[in-house]
Design a protein around this ligand. Structure first.
Ligand code: NAG
Ligand code: NAG
Length: 503
């Protein structure tokens, strides 16, 4: 029996899992994909009863390495112990994914068509990461080659000239449609506006510190409804919206697309304009997620919105960005959740390289950045986030394009001239969640005996156990997962590694 299992595991290994085409870059290893080759982890399922599977990615070079072991009735002596409580159940998972920015699309469509297909399979297909929750900027963001809106005809308050742009037709919709075909899920798509047309604003610019002119509150709500309708007509039905990306951007003079909203104005606009307008258009089904900004704006930004029942009736959740995770305690997530426990909390944007010195913010191959991301994902989900949505799915080697001269990192870096793209360790780090923690999973309580081992645990929709583990330590360790029902899962965790355990 044992031999057969080992033989099957071996055959499975070569038939289903492709090797990373590894290349050493300045900060570490990337996996190179082009028109003729791209590594895919394949389908990695739960093992049969009495055994468990450990999937490992490590700084040293493992990428979704799969091992299956028998369950034991006792723990390894001196192991770090991860104890689960399957009865202590928290939030339900909505999903994981990234964003269909103009820059993502522009980079991808610059690749040979076979490489484009590998790119989309890598993120969306069952043999790839299985992304299922994605954000779409409503018109341009800074990750576009120009600032624009869907109606740049001065004073067109009836939106007669409103239309989608070449960016939608060339960079966003083709990728979204192929992703939908490849995905085994109904991908949940949500839109976020960066700026209104300049003529709707106090400062007449896409960036800077402008807010909406009061007489534009209704035209701007109509504009958002038109976006939902136009995307639906193109076969990209939306699941949700945030009413504004980073609404407190007007507090300083931003270089990038910004439309400022104080919490009080947001409350009033939601209840008098956007909410009723969506309702009249038959779009109340859309999940409305407010704030869409960093931890440091919580819970203060959502308090006036939640406290006003006329506004609150339109709100389904709180959207959070990642950029102040390292400066502000996760307690603010718990506080936000406690204010309105029936709403969900969801991370909707993150990317590395923000606020750093130096011209180029891509750190090819960086494990440090991967570890920081994974640490945050574990922490955010342990504090109620119902998933995690990354920012650009791809940028170029210079971290763009970005019309405002920004430069940021992404899990995949595209080199159009070389006809290649590079899967960074971050890509696999995100996949340790998206591929295994399926929508409708539920987070359960987990605790570890070591500060250098971080964990978050789930019941998958069929009730099986999924644990994501991060070892930040510099050496290999023995780990035992104790599920409190007599099952001990004993395995080794390499130095600087991320693992998903399936039982
Ligand atoms: C959208 O409308 C504007 C103004 O009428 C026009 O200049 C532009 O070409 C249109 N774009 C598309 C993609 O139809
Ligand atoms: C806003 O964008 C314009 C170009 O449209 C640019 O000249 C200006 O410097 C930007 N503002 C800031 C604060 O960066």
């Amino acid at each position: 029996m044992r031999t057969i299992v080992l033989m099957l595991a071996f055959l499975w290994g070569i038939s289903a899992q492709d090797e990373c085409n590894a290349r050493q870059e300045e900060y570490g290893l990337v996996c190179v994909c082009d028109a003729s080759y791209c590594d895919q982890p394949g389908i990695i399922d739960f093992p049969e009863e009495g055994s468990f599977t450990v999937v490992t990615t490590s700084e040293e070079g493992l990428r979704f390495n799969v091992e299956t072991f028998p369950v034991s009735s006792e723990q390894t002596p001196d192991a770090v112990v991860v104890t689960l409580d399957r009865e202590d159940v928290y939030q339900t998972i909505i999903g994981f994914g990234g964003s269909f920015t103009d820059s993502t699309g522009l980079n991808v469509v610059g690749l040979p068509s076979e490489a484009q297909e590998y790119f989309l399979r890598s993120y969306f297909a069952p043999e790839g990461l299985g992304y299922n929750l994605c954000r779409i900027p409503i018109a341009g963001s800074d990750f576009s080659t120009r600032p624009y809106s869907y109606d740049d005809v001065e004073g067109d308050i009836d939106l007669v000239y409103w239309n989608l742009t070449m960016e939608d037709y060339n960079y966003k919709l083709p990728l979204i449609k192929r992703a939908q075909e490849l995905s085994p899920y109904q991908i949940k798509l949500f839109g976020s506006p960066w700026s209104s047309p300049t003529w709707m604003k106090t400062n007449g610019m896409f960036n800077g510190s402008g807010i909406l002119l009061k007489e534009m509150w209704q035209p701007w709500a109509n504009y958002i409804v038109k976006f939902v309708e136009a995307y639906e007509a193109e076969g990209a039905e939306l699941w949700g919206l945030t009413p504004q990306n980073e609404p407190l951007c007007y507090e300083s003079d931003w270089a990038i697309n910004c439309l400022g909203w104080s919490a009080e104005d947001m409350r009033d606009w939601l209840k008098t304009n956007l909410g009723p307008t969506l309702e009249a258009a038959g779009m109340r089904r859309l999940k409305m997620m407010v704030d869409d900004f960093n931890r440091d704006t919580l819970p203060s930004y959502v308090i006036p919105l939640f406290e006003d029942p006329e506004c609150d009736q339109y709100i389904d959740g709180t959207a959070v960005h990642w950029y102040s995770d390292k400066y502000v305690s996760a307690d603010v997530l718990d506080q936000t959740q406690a204010l309105s426990p029936e709403k969900f909390l969801l991370y909707t944007e993150a990317c590395q390289g923000v606020g750093e010195d130096g011209q180029y913010h891509v750190h090819l191959g960086s494990w440090t950045r991967t570890e920081e991301y994974t640490h945050s994902m574990i922490e955010d989900i342990n504090h109620y986030s119902a998933g995690w949505v990354d920012w650009n799915m791809a940028v170029n080697r210079l971290g763009g394009p970005n019309w405002a001269h920004g430069s940021l990192d992404a899990p995949i870096i595209v080199d159009i001239d070389a006809g290649e793209f590079y899967k960074q360790p971050m890509f696999y780090g995100l996949g340790h969640f998206s591929k295994f923690v399926l929508p409708e999973s539920q987070r359960i309580h987990s605790v570890t005996t070591s500060n250098s081992v971080e964990t978050v645990a789930f019941l998958d929709p069929t009730g099986r156990t999924v644990v994501v583990l991060l070892n930040t330590g510099d050496s290999e360790i023995d780990v035992t997962v104790n599920d409190n029902s007599g099952n001990f899962l004993n395995f080794k965790t390499p130095a600087k590694a991320i693992q998903t355990i399936l039982h």
